[in-house]
Design a protein around this ligand. Sequence first.
Ligand code: CA
Ligand code: CA
Ligand code: CA
Ligand code: CA
Length: 470
Amino acid sequence: MEAPRRYLAVVVFVLTSGCLEKPAPWVPGASDVEVKSDELRSADGAGEVVGPPLDGNGELVAPVDAADVGQQDIPEICLPDSVDVPDIPNATEVEVKPDLSGDVSADGEVDVECIPDCDGKECGDNGCGGECGECQGEQEGCVGGVCVCLPICEEKECGDDGCGGSCGECDDGNPCTDDSCDPTAGCVYENNALPCDDSNWCTDGDKCGGGLCLSGVSIVCDDNNVCTSDTCVPAVGCVWVSNNNPCEDDDKCTSGDFCLDGNCIPGAEVVCDDGNPCTDDSCSPAVGCAYTNLPDGIQCSLESPQDVCADGQCVSVWWKDSKSKLVWQITPTGGAMQWDTANTHCSGLSLDGSGWRLPSIDELRTLIRACPATESGGTCNVQDGGCIYQEDYSCADASCGGCASGAGPANGCYWPDEMQGDCDPYWSSTPSHKGGCCAWCVDFFAGTVKGFAHGTQTAGRHVRCVRDAL
Ligand SMILES: [Ca+2]
Ligand SMILES: [Ca+2]
Ligand SMILES: [Ca+2]
Ligand SMILES: [Ca+2]
């Protein structure tokens, strides 16, 4: 702030040339007496101002008559015809000292001395038309009385401004460019390959290329939950919405499992029933339904007591021939065997009870179907109580030879459909020779009635036991 200027007005009255021999002008009071401008005339002994009169312009009216000045013995004052009194604003506050060492210009103007004010300034106007100092630096200029470096940035968008600062920053706001300043070219933006963000939450590994942020790979939103529909929204990322899809609760003993609130809800319990009375039906979550065979021989039908389980199947173990009224073992047991063994096999058989025996040749012939010559009552003459021994070769005539091989009505066999087993010769209990060496058989492959030796035939001689109806 500019220091207040104080003008020390030294008002000097100089006698005109016509008054040189006269005493020095009188100035009221002592040199340290403050005098009001309108009291520049004189003062009496009591300090009263009695100076010479002023005209309307504040100028002294000369000459001054001593009588007008007062009664004191005051030398006559010689005053110029007129003296310009400096226009002193607010003169009541101006200290005026009667120092007569000053000058008065030729035209009578009173000089006012200017005191330079450089307090706290190293440069700039001193307030009196001069300078407080000069700045030395190449780019220095005076600002507020202080020498400061003035940046030079004409036609430069970046780089050093000469004052330790920068003319501007190179920033294109693009993370995919490296921003730098070339001293001559200005800002330079070079593409980089930094990771970036394409503002798409559904992509990952975004990377800069060609100055652009290139999207990375699509993210996988699969939460491995079939009960949520998985989608990706660029502004949000993965979104999982509960659905009502079918699902599997990892329990194979429930079915119709369904999704609810993102969870798989068990459906109805699985009913494990194979409709087979010879299996035990159960369920385990890991496996589901399981069917275990019940032990063989267990009766499996209330209506048909002959039905028992065998290898997990409910089968009839015997069949009653409505024509002969005989009850036959349906499935042969024991395989091929000698005649003696066949007899003991049947007598010891426990199949829905006991009472089994090896059939006689008459009983066995009742099983023959579709081969009239060897069926019961056919032309083949071999029969219990009749022609039975083969020594005379009179019993087994040509008709006992049966029919075409493998052409029977039950899968090629000449027996009822209900029968199971190999289509081979089956032992009867009836001997075919007097010596007891041999016995009659029926070969159901051709419907043949034929005798075989007891112990020499171990292959293909089967047994189907029979008993009477209960
Ligand atoms: Ca992304
Ligand atoms: Ca899901
Ligand atoms: Ca389930
Ligand atoms: Ca079952």
